[in-house]
Design a protein around this ligand. Sequence first.
Ligand SMILES: *[C@@H]1O[C@H](CO)[C@@H](O)[C@H](O)[C@H]1NC(C)=O
Length: 224
Amino acid sequence: MGKTTLYLINVSIAALVAAVSFVSGQRVVRICRDSDIEILSIQGVQIENYPKSRVELHLAERMHHNKPLFFLQFDFKTRARNGVLFYGTTKGKPSEILALFLVDGELRYKMRCPTLEAEVFVSSKKKVPLNDGRWHTVFYSLKFGEHSHKADITIDGHSGSPKQFGVSCSPLSSIIMGGATRDDLINIDELRQIPGHFEGCIRSVNISVPLNIPPKYHAVSICG
Ligand SMILES: *[C@@H]1O[C@H](CO)[C@@H](O)[C@H](O)[C@H]1NC(C)=O
């Protein structure tokens, strides 16, 4: 797909978002599910092999510790060996990041929190590369305990993390899928270390926290 087409899609989404904000005139904008492109639906979004291609999800409320669970669920399919599936950041905490990405078709989870820095392999059930062009389902969850949070990653119904591990990062305020923003690429070493850019589809995103604005689409197309 050429850059001209990508640009046009950006414009139509920008117009749509503006229309929604204007009509509602409220602080909390309802998520429009009738857009041409919708990562929250089963139709999904095609992330292009282009640095700017990504979807930004801005969370309306921070994950509060009195909520027992935070989760992010989605399906992806790709033939690319490498790339970011998602990363999460917290406003005002540039040194904290949680990220799930592909390296040679295998899942890796990386986090940098105040008391813990880690990178782990997440094994899939059949132990085959995940860049097989088929849909795979990721379920990422954080259980909040009194003293620490426990993260768990399930891939195609199989718990892939060796054990649940503690997370001491602050509650996430944004989740970026498929790529990285220019600022984050400049500021976050972990993102620069990920080889290649994700190219493929992401669909059926389901997050336990509401969004404060509709998803922001950058240089993506409809999943074909
Ligand atoms: C999102 O996940 C929750 C919890 O599993 C479920 O109850 C809900 O139906 C899901 N929403 C969608 C749109 O699939």
